[in-house]
Design a protein around this ligand. Structure first.
Ligand code: NCD
Ligand code: ZN
Length: 439
């Protein structure tokens, strides 16, 4: 059987035995077994019979729904030197991610139904996890003419975004929201006002002053978030704000949610863990959009995850090569890889810090993104796709970019000692990672 995202489902059964099963969607948290059969979750409970199938011993490990990452740059087509669907989905699997939403800022961008079909067919050939493409909001991502949103959805787009840039034209943003509302697909905004950003290359603050680099004010994010919240309220569209980084934006989103505006947002591990100090002496691996901000913003982001203002954790995995990164800071490309470090960083900053418990984090990584983007999975309820991540929350390792499955080595976390790692990862009943290594 082949599903829309190209995954074939494995026949036969697989028993994951004796792990701590956490399924936020069903309120499950306890030591038990999970039985997978014919690509679906058959049953969850104590003392299940493997029925002659394969057994995975999960004693001492956490058994969670496969993670769903709604913000991933796979770079195919057009920039296969940075990443491909083959390498990007392997990096996802190694990070415990079984579904990625692929961002459409490829070369050319994914702005037509044929491009969506192309990505899906490449994913069916080369992908080891599920790839659900996002389509562009505007033709060629130019922010001028609306793309064929209905056609994109028909072809398989699960979200719309001109990510990398804000939709700067309010008329286009409004029209697109009217359409995404009718189509019942999230409108995903990269919120940074291009005119206010000007030539800024990092967060505007003490560090940018010290380094003599032009800054990007958080106001650039706040202006677009304010505009979009008004547009979402007026149109009823589901606005999803990508990689929120500013304290004031979070306050506005919190207030809008309380009034019933249909808004959700995501936080990245890097904005939760790092500040603009990580730029250090012009370290381009810490250059990202929106920029790493000051401690005040970082703490506001953690508080917003804690109080539910932030709905999901997403990696914004953005691989770049040495040609784009080993250059002057101002010239360097923005973005960092994130799939293979998302879990340990989130465990560190959200769970071990005491901000939330483990089921809370599992929800932000699986059930919440699946529900908000209308994706199958994100739960271990019987009948759900057999997408499972078995992880060791305590396993200690040191981040070594050379060991990544991603082609991207651009991470500011190189050499960091972390804890937590995916051990066994199953997609559609097929084991794709076993004992911490790709199958
Ligand atoms: C992303 C990229 O490289 O495509 N870069 C980034 O700094 N985040 C684009 C994006 O997610 O905005
Ligand atoms: Zn973006």
């Amino acid at each position: 059987m082949t599903s829309r995202d190209g995954r074939t489902t494995a026949p036969g059964s697989l028993l994951i035995r004796g792990g701590r099963v956490i399924d936020p969607a069903t309120g499950t948290d306890g030591v038990m077994d999970v039985l997978l059969s014919d690509g679906k979750v058959a049953k969850t409970g104590p003392g299940l019979d493997a029925g002659g199938g394969t057994i995975i011993e999960a004693k001492g490990l956490v058994v969670a729904p496969g993670f769903v990452d709604v913000h991933v740059h796979l770079r195919e087509p057009g920039e296969e030197g940075k990443e491909t669907i083959a390498t990007g989905t392997r990096a996802a699997a190694m990070g415990g991610v079984t579904t990625v939403v692929a961002m459409p800022n490829t070369v050319p961008p994914i702005d037509t139904p044929a491009m969506i079909a192309y990505v899906l067919s490449r994913a069916a050939q080369d992908g080891v996890v599920r790839v659900r493409p996002a389509g562009c909001i505007s033709h060629e991502r130019k922010g001028e003419v609306m793309a064929d949103l209905a056609g994109l959805k028909e072809a398989g787009a699960v979200a719309f975004s001109d990510d990398g840039n804000s939709v700067m034209n309010a008329l286009l943003a409004r029209r697109a929201m009217i359409n995404t509302r009718i189509l019942n697909v999230p409108y995903v905004e990269h919120a940074e006002d291009a005119s206010l950003v000007d030539a800024g290359v990092m967060h505007e603050g003490r560090v940018s002053l010290r380094l003599g680099l032009a800054g990007r004010s958080p106001l650039a994010e706040d202006l677009i978030v304010a505009r979009d919240l008004l547009l979402a309220e007026a149109t009823g569209a589901h606005l999803h704000v990508a990689h929120v980084s500013s304290r004031r934006s979070l306050e506005m989103i919190r207030e809008a949610k309380a009034r019933g505006v249909p808004v959700t947002c995501e936080a990245t591990p890097h904005h939760l863990v790092l500040t603009d100090e990580a730029v250090g002496e012009f370290d381009t691996s810490a250059k990202v959009l929106p920029p790493l901000r000051s401690e005040e913003h970082r703490l506001a982001l953690i508080a917003a995850v804690k109080d539910g203002t932030v709905d999901v954790i997403a990696s914004d995995h953005a691989p770049h090569g040495p040609l784009e990164k080993e250059v002057e800071f101002a010239q360097a490309a923005s973005g960092m890889v994130g799939l293979e470090t998302m879990l340990p960083l989130a465990l560190e900053v959200l769970v071990r810090s005491g901000a939330m418990d483990l089921p809370g984090l599992v929800r932000l990584l699986s059930s919440a993104p699946a529900r908000l983007f209308h994706l199958a999975g994100g739960t271990l309820a019987a009948g759900s796709p057999a997408d499972v991540t078995v992880f060791d929350p305590e396993l200690a390792w040191t981040v070594d970019p050379r060991a990544f499955s991603s082609k991207g080595r651009n991470t500011p976390f190189a050499g960091r000692k972390v804890r937590g790692r995916a051990v066994d990862v199953i997609v559609g009943g097929r084991i794709v990672v076993r004992d911490g290594g790709l199958v």
